[in-house]
Each structure stands twice: as C-alpha cells, then as structure tokens.
Write a protein that binds this ligand. Structure first.
Ligand code: ARG
Length: 575
C-alpha cells in the first residue's frame, strides 16, 4: 500500500491524457504543511514547460482528466502550478482496515532482486572495535528491510582473513602452542596481535620464520592452512558472540572473507593486462586511472599486483564484484564501510567497469559513514586513549540500563526485568547510531541514548508498551480485534496517513541505505499517536468509535514493533 505510487500513477496518466508525452513524472510528495493537503504533485511545471504551455492552465487541463473521486475530497491548484491533494477519510479508513488485516501490514512485499550486502567485515586476529559497529548495525537493518520487502539477500561478511601478516600470526600461534598455551589464551585478540608484532620486530629468527610461513601459506601448505583456519575460527567465534548479543542476523555461514577470492586474482590481473589497462611498473602491475590524479597531477596508479607477486585489497574487491555478479547472480551489491574507504571502493569499481568484469546494469554501491565521536568531539576512545572494544561497550550498556530499570521500580518479574534491560541496553546503543544520518560523525553519549525522552530506543520501546497496555487494560487481543474504522477528526486523519506511509519509508531505507529515515518515521508516528491519544479518548468512548480507535491503536503498535524489528531492536510487552 503506497499512497505516493497510487497518486503518481493516476496523475501521470492524466498528464498524458492532457497532452504530455513520456518521459513525464508527476513527482508526488508528502506535503509539508496541512494547508497544502496531504500530498502534492510537483511535476506539472516541468511538463508544461516542455509543452510550451502555461503551467496553471496545464494543471487545470490535468485536473479535467483526473478522477480521484474515491481517494480525495479536494484537489487544488496552488502557486505556479502545484496540485494539492486532500485525501478522503473513508478511503483512508478502508486502507487502514486492510493494512490491519494483512500479515505484512499492507506493505507490498514483491521486490524480487538478489542483493549482496557486504557488511560488518572485521579482520582476523583483531578484536572487533567500535569502527565495525556502524557497518554491522546499519548493514543489518538494511538487510532486514530488504528481506521484508521480498528480496533475496546474500549476506557477505567480507572478513579480512588474508595478507602478509598471517605468516607472523601463524608463527606466533605456534610459539604459544609450543608453550602449552590453550586456545583460550587467544581470547584477547588485540593483545595477541600486538605481541605477535612485537616479537616480529625484535626477534630476527621469528621474523624469518614468519616470512617463510607466508610463502608456504600462499602455496597451500597444509600445516600453515590449518593454523590459519584456527585463527579465522577463533576470531569468528568471538565475532559471533558479539553478533548474538547485538541481535544482528549474521551467522558464520555468511563469512565470505577476502581469501575466498584468492583463486580468481591471477585471472583478474591477466584480464587487465590483456585489455591494455594494466602495465608493469617497477616490477609491480599497475592500472593508471585518469579519473584520479596523484599529487603531481598525473593519472593515479593503482597497484593490482606487487613486485613479489602478492595481490592487494583492490584486486580482491575487483574479484569480489565479479563473483557477486556472475557466481552469486546478484542484481545489486551494497558495501557498508567507513568513509575512509571511499576512494578505495571508487577505484576498485572503476577498474571493475573498465575491465568489463560486470555488465553495465549491475549495481555497485558503497554506503559510507562517519565516525563515532566521544563527548569531547574527538574519535571515540577509552579513557586511556585505546580503541573501545565492542564487548566492553555492551557490558557497560547493560550495567547502565540495569541501574535505570531498577530506578523505575516496576512490577516486573526477574526474568521480565532481564529482558527489559537487554532490550533497552542493546537497543539504546543501536538506535543512537541508526537514528543519525550515517554520513555524519556522531557523538556517543550514554545519557542521551538511555533517555526516555526524545528520539531514543527507550522512548520508542516505551511508546510501544503504552499502546499494549491499553489492550491489556481492556482485556483485548491486539491481533484478533476486528470491526469498522471511521475517521472522524484531524488527529485520526493524520494518524491514518502516517500509518499508511510505512511502505514509502521502507523503500527509501533500502534505496539509500539509510535506516535513520525509519527511526525518524517511527519517532514521528509515536508523536502523532500521543497527540491522537490525548485528544481522542479510547476506552471511555462509546461504540463504534471505541473499536475504530482501538483499531488505529492496534496498527500503530504493530507498525512500531515491525519498524523496530527491521532496525534490529527488540520490543517488550511491558516495562
Ligand atoms: N575489512 C575491512 C575493514 O575492516 C572492511 C571491508 C569492507 N568491504 C569490502 N568489500 N572492501 O576495514
């Protein structure tokens, strides 16, 4: 159910009937102010200009061709040639009733694309840090929304599991095992990596062995491969614990690390050479790109194979693009990683296109995001200046939420209380990130994110439980309720329209990879519901108004819950 699409189609047809020819767009948008109606069509002026007609006269001609009697009470020409559309209460009531009865809340779930979503993508033998948090949760909510809309999503956790550092890591793992260390001693991956590096820098024999192991690993030596696999497994087990705590849908099955593409890399380089795109430069194989200039103003060289024969991050991303298109048969590949990788992705994909590794209509998109900052406006760090480990961050969230929920002194059982603490703690961390436009840096602030006021997880979760409690009080099942809906005043009208705009929001979330639009929508929906609830009594009202209002409340609760679920945020029935 998509009001924007319905109106766009009808108005476009009327524009054509009034003389416009394709391509023509009605450009229907939600109106900013009630006096401009519920929706407005902005495409008249451009179409009139193309026809050499006066826009207001053309608007009049369009209205003569337009029959929206079932949908709208009033259509009005405004300003230089906008059409304002005022929707009919009976039609809205009917749409809300249908949405209420539908499993998918009236959302069209017939998108049919196959989409690879590359997200989270931590690195082996390195602890996941806050930098991976954004990719993980933004990517996951886009994945959930894409799936809800009917698409087939392939999650690709592009783990950094290959590279020259593995010689050193294998040598160090061996050293630890010889010293009878158990795998558990690897739990502190950050320390493991640091110590491996220190040993490499200070111990010449160890460094020699490390270099030896890289060569062996790359030539498929069984021993080195098994040590490497151990490192990958331990890392991914730790990541999995974090994913589970975060209520993120990734599993170990979704790991498609850089190593997956190794067998394809020689062909990538060969193809680039054959096509005359790559050339030898000082022993390395380089692609020069006119589109990027180096500091001397010359075309920038991007290395695809090093002097020693090794391949690079870029080579792997070219192979990954091709694999996602041809082997996975995807229509679209979306990568979520921080904005410092923007140039890398642009270059990798420019080479991908120039080399003809994917057809022109294959969509490659990089969704970047800014940094998470501390309250001092500087990159988020621990008090001693180290990177904040995600696991520690989540522990702190649970601690803080426990204090908060204890203070509220509700009549919850212990297990109910634990569920609330978990939902609020994890929800707060995720929502504070998801609710910000991903393009900007944002300040990580415990007090803000755990507040019950404003655009926060606790506020949204509480708004949901408040509606639930109306039903509990009335002894009614929110899902089983049936009856007639009648829209009788502005507040009901506004609420109905907002509810019916859910699909429009979901479409923009998946188009632009921007979950904050969904947060903003849910926040506004909760606000509109509050306004409705204040001026439209529900349980104390006579029938049939009572049931009608209960049905509006039911769809609001279901929409809030579904929306939060798509953000990967849990709801509880009471708190
Ligand atoms: N592993 C990388 C990092 O930690 C992110 C990978 C992003 N995806 C990609 N296809 N390059 O920064």
């Amino acid at each position: 159910m998509n009001i924007q699409h319905i109106l766009s189609d009808k108005i476009k047809q009327a524009m054509i009937a009034a003389g416009a020819s394709e391509p023509v767009e009605a450009l229907v948008r939600q109106s900013g102010k009630p006096q401009f109606g519920d929706y407005q069509a902005n495409g008249i002026m451009a179409a009139a200009k193309k026809l050499g007609k006066n826009p207001r006269e053309f608007a009049q001609a369009v209205l003569e061709q337009l029959n929206l009697d079932d949908i709208a009470t009033k259509l009005e020409i405004a300003g230089p040639g906008f059409i304002n559309i005022f929707l009919k209460d009976e039609w809205l009531a009917n749409c809300v009733a249908k949405a209420n009865q539908s499993q998918t809340l009236g959302i069209d779930t017939d998108q049919k694309q196959t989409i690879v979503v590359d997200y989270s993508s931590p690195n082996v033998a390195k602890e996941m840090h806050v930098g991976h948090l954004r990719s993980t949760i933004i990517g996951d909510s886009v994945v959930r929304t894409l799936e809800f809309l009917g698409n087939q999503v392939i999650r690709a956790n592009h783990v950094g599991d290959w590279g020259t550092q593995f010689g050193m890591l294998i040598a160090y793992l061996e050293k630890m095992q010889n010293g009878n260390a158990t795998d558990m001693d690897l739990s502190d991956l950050e320390a493991f990596y640091r110590e491996a590096k220190a040993t490499y820098d200070n111990d010449a024999d160890f460094a020699e062995k490390s270099r030896n192991y890289v060569v062996k690993l790359q030539s498929g030596d069984e021993y080195c491969l098994s040590m490497w696999r151990k490192l990958v497994d331990i890392t991914m087990q730790q990541c999995q614990r974090t994913y589970d705590r975060l209520n993120v849908t990734l599993t170990t099955k979704d790991t498609m690390g850089e190593s997956l593409y190794n067998p394809m890399l020689p062909d990538v380089v060969q193809t680039l050479k054959d096509k005359g795109l790559a050339s030898e430069d000082d022993g390395a194989v380089v692609v020069f790109l006119d589109e990027f200039k180096n500091k001397d103003g010359d075309p920038m060289g991007v290395i695809v194979q090093k002097k020693d024969g090794g391949y690079l991050y870029t080579t792997t991303d070219i192979a990954a693009a091709s694999y996602r298109c041809h082997t996975l048969k995807a229509d679209r590949a979306m990568v979520f990683s921080d904005s410092r990788q923007a140039q890398h992705m642009q270059q990798a994909w420019l080479i991908t296109r120039k080399g003809g590794f994917v057809p022109d209509d294959f969509i490659l998109e990089h969704f970047t995001f800014g940094m998470m900052l501390g309250k001092d406006g500087k990159p988020f760090k621990t008090r001693s200046g180290g990177t904040v480990k995600l696991a520690d961050l989540l522990d702190e969230a649970i601690e803080r939420a426990s204090v908060l929920i204890d203070e509220k002194n509700t009549e919850l059982s212990d297990s109910e209380k634990q569920a609330v603490i978990d939902a609020v703690a994890i929800g707060a961390v995720k929502y504070s990130d998801l609710s910000k436009n991903r393009n900007t840096d944002y300040v990580f602030d415990w007090d803000n994110m755990l507040s019950f006021e404003g655009n926060t997880a606790p506020y949204m979760q509480y708004a949901y439980t408040r509606i639930r409690s109306i039903f509990t009080k009335a002894g009614l099942d929110l899902h089983a309720l049936t009856g007639e809906i009648a829209i009788g005043n502005d507040k009901e009208h506004q609420l109905a329209i907002k509810l019916l705009q859910f699909e429009e929001v979901l479409l923009s979330v998946v188009k632009d990879g921007m979950p904050h639009l969904l947060c903003q929508y849910l926040f506004e929906l909760a606000g509109i519901f509050s306004g409705f609830y204040e001026s439209c009594p529900i349980l104390s009202t006579e029938e049939p108004t009572k049931t009608s209002r209960l049905l509006l409340a039911a769809l609001t609760a279901k929409t809030l819950k579904q929306g939060l679920t798509l953000l990967g945020i849990k709801t509880v029935e009471k708190m």
